[in-house]
Each structure stands twice: as structure tokens, then as C-alpha cells.
Ligand binder design. Structure first.
Ligand SMILES: [Zn+2]
Length: 385
């Protein structure tokens, strides 16, 4: 039976269509039109003029609701996180691990494999390994005790348990360029992150196909006028897909404006990098990779040293932030919350747009608050006011 979303304000890459009808059949979008549509419909949802956007895709997040992807002894962690993500309007995500021991990564892969058998909430097609192959001097909130050199064999062993779709690592480390090539050969996105590389040190990995930057500006070499570093590389090289944490804490508003006005929007991906304290109130304290973190004033920082440890951001709020800070039209910026990520994962022809033929993963947002009032997952209505 078909589903109709009527009176929708459809926002999709290049599209801003009011009073639209969105027809869904067998999990796919059948039509997006301002013309009348013929029934019968099993389900009719009146969007009441709210935004209907592509379900968000978050390629970088560690946890929510007190759960972390790396919780070895809590196999339910990924499902709990997936449930929280769905409430943000996020329909696909990559559970992201920390720089931890191999046995912890193996446990995370097993938990993901178990969740993949019956994905009840947001879909999790594979892991994003953030580390452990990072530069020990750019750890941020990652634990230096677990840092090791790039090792594709370790990655492939984990990938036998559950798919690994992205690895964030420091390309300047020994074997960094070869590691990028090996990742690509195995269908994994290599991403430079937690890196002290110069532009010259990045280039061998870039030549081998690396096109992704983990949380652009955070934990990477800054721009200097005689060595432009990784931040400079992000502005110089258009086709690097730069992850951006849009919580207005990790990057100030002026840097967000720089990124969104000077970089091609086709190569920007909003991420949350959210931690287990996401969806929880202020004052929550926890351990992350063996380091103590405290949530205070909406900021999650290491108790010792005060480094930012990640965010509490939700995808829908990140989109609101970008819209407010940059003033750019939603039809232009909407690609940074879904479609760009889908393209990066090789899914750009079926995910990330509100368009005929695309999978009906959709979020309905209040135009003022961007609060999520409904989510469609594979065409099925999942949450409602
Ligand atoms: Zn992270």
C-alpha cells in the first residue's frame, strides 16, 4: 500500500518545493510533486507545511544516551545509539570507534554484526575506525597509550566480523601512503585525522586516493603562511571531503562561514562526533578510552587538560546551526547532511535525496526549531509528535 506525505515543504539538494506531495511505495520515493496525486493510500501524513528533508547520514559519532560504540560489555550499545540517532532524524550512521585496544575494536565489530541482523532503528552499514593509527602528538581526547602504526591487516581482520567503511589515521606515519591505497582497494574510505602532517606529507596519500578529512580543523596542523598544514590543504584542495562538527563550539562561527563559503559544498560533510553524553543532561561525567570526561555547559571536555572530547550535537540541530550561521539557502546546504555522505559511501544514487527512485529515508522538521516530528525509515513511519 502506498504512503502519502501531503502539504510538505520539500528540501533536497537543489530543490525547495512547498505544498508538495511525496508518494512512497515499497520503501522508495515514487513521486515528489505539487500536482494532485492518485490514491489509494494506506497511510496519509499531513506535514502541515513542515520541511521534509533526506534522512541525515552521520559518518562520525561515538555514542549517545550513556552508550559508546566501544562499550565492550554492553552488546546493546549500538542499538541504543541507533534509536537515539533516529530521534535526530538520522537514518544512517557509521558507529565510530576510538583509539583503543584491538580486543575492544573486535567487540565493537561483533556488536555491530549482531545489530545488522535486525536493524530496528537507524541503519548502520559499517564501522568508522577513528584511530588507532593516529599521530601521538595530535591525540586530542584519544588515549595515546593505544596508538599504533597504520596496519591494514588489523583493519581487514575487523572487517571480517563487520564491514569497516572508513578509517581515520595520520597519513604522515610510516606506511601512511600505502595504507591509503590498501583501504581504497578494500572499499574503505581513508581519512586524514588526528594528524600533524605538512601539506607535503599529505600528498603521497592524496596521490594514492585519500580524499577525506576527519573533523576538519580539529586535531590537525593549523594554517601558517609558510606551511599551510592540513587546514590549508582543506582550503587549497577542492576534492577533499571535509567533515565539519557544526556545534558552534569545535569551530567558531567565522570558521564555519569560511568553510561553507570558501569550500565547495559538494565536499563538505556535517558530522556530530557525538559522545555517550549526547542526549543526556549537563553534569554527566564518564570515561572515554580510559580518560575522564565531564559535560558542562553543553561542552564535553577532558577533566585533565580540558581538551574538547567530542560533541553532544544532534544532526537536526547542526543543520539549523549551519543555516543560521551562514545564511545560505537550505536547498544548497542540505547536501552536507546526507547526500555528500551517501556519495562518499558509494550510495549517492539511492540515498540522500527526496527524489523519485531514492530510498524513502526522510525526516520531517519544524521550520523554526528544526525539531524532528516524524522520521521515515525505508518508507515506514517511525516517530510522530
Ligand atoms: Zn571522533
Amino acid at each position: 500500500m502506498k504512503t502519502l506525505i501531503k502539504n510538505a515543504h520539500v528540501i533536497s539538494p537543489g530543490v525547495d518545493l512547498r505544498k508538495a506531495n511525496v508518494v512512497i511505495e515499497r520503501g522508495r520515493i515514487k513521486a515528489v510533486t505539487s500536482e494532485p496525486v492518485a490514491g489509494p493510500f494506506g497511510t496519509v501524513v499531513d506535514a502541515k507545511g513542515k520541511y521534509v528533508v533526506p534522512g541525515f547520514i552521520d559518518v562520525h559519532l561515538h555514542g549517545a544516551c550513556g552508550y559508546d560504540v566501544c562499550d565492550e560489555d554492553r552488546p546493546e550499545a549500538i542499538e541504543k545509539i541507533a534509536e537515539a540517532k533516529l530521534a535526530e532524524g538520522c537514518t544512517t550512521f557509521l558507529p565510530t570507534t576510538l583509539t583503543v585496544a584491538n580486543k575492544t575494536l573486535v567487540a565493537a565489530a561483533k556488536h555491530l554484526a549482531a545489530y545488522q541482523k535486525n536493524q530496528r532503528f537507524a541503519k548502520a552499514p559499517g564501522l568508522h575506525l577513528e584511530g588507532p593509527f593516529i599521530n601521538p602528538s595530535c591525540c586530542g581526547a584519544q588515549n595515546p597509550a593505544f596508538v599504533r602504526k597504520p596496519d591494514i591487516k588489523e583493519v581487514l581482520k575487523i572487517a571480517k566480523i563487520a564491514p569497516v567503511l572508513q578509517v581515520s589515521y595520520a597519513p604522515e606515519m610510516k606506511g601512511g601512503a600505502e595504507f591509503a591505497a590498501a583501504c581504497i582497494k578494500n572499499g574503505i574510505v581513508p581519512s586524514c585525522g588526528h594528524t600533524g602532517a605538512t601539506l607535503a606529507q599529505l600528498m603521497p596519500a592524496y596521490k594514492n586516493g585519500l580524499r577525506h578529512m576527519t573533523h576538519f580543523c580539529n586535531q590537525m596542523t593549523k594554517l601558517h603562511h609558510r606551511e599551510i598544514g592540513m587546514v590549508g590543504a582543506g582550503f587549497l584542495i577542492d576534492d577533499l571531503d571535509t567533515e565539519v562538527i557544526c556545534d558552534r563550539i569545535h569551530l567558531c562561527d567565522d570558521m564555519l562561514r569560511l568553510v561553507f563559503t570558501k569550500r565547495p559544498l559538494a565536499h563538505v560533510q556535517m558530522i556530530t562526533d557525538s559522545l555517550r553524553c549526547s542526549h543526556l543532561p549537563d553534569g554527566y561525567a564518564f570515561e572515554m578510552g580510559g580518560l575522564k570526561v565531564m559535560l558542562k555547559g553543553g561542552e564535553a571536555r577532558l577533566v585533565e587538560g580540558g581538551n574538547l572530547a567530542g560533541s553532544t550535537l544532534w544532526m537536526n540541530k547542526g543543520l539549523k546551526n549551519i543555516h543560521e550561521v551562514t545564511g545560505l539557502p537550505l536547498k544548497d546546504i542540505i547536501r552536507v547532511t546526507s547526500w555528500n555522505q551517501a556519495i562518499g559511501l558509494g550510495l549517492g544514487k539511492k540515498l540522500g535525496k527526496v527524489e523519485k527512485g531514492y530510498i524513502a529515508d526522510l525526516a520531517v522538521l519544524d521550520p523554526k526549531t528544526f525539531d524532528v516530528s516524524a522520521v521515515f525509515l525505508d518508507g515506514e513511519l517511525r516517530t510522530r509528535e
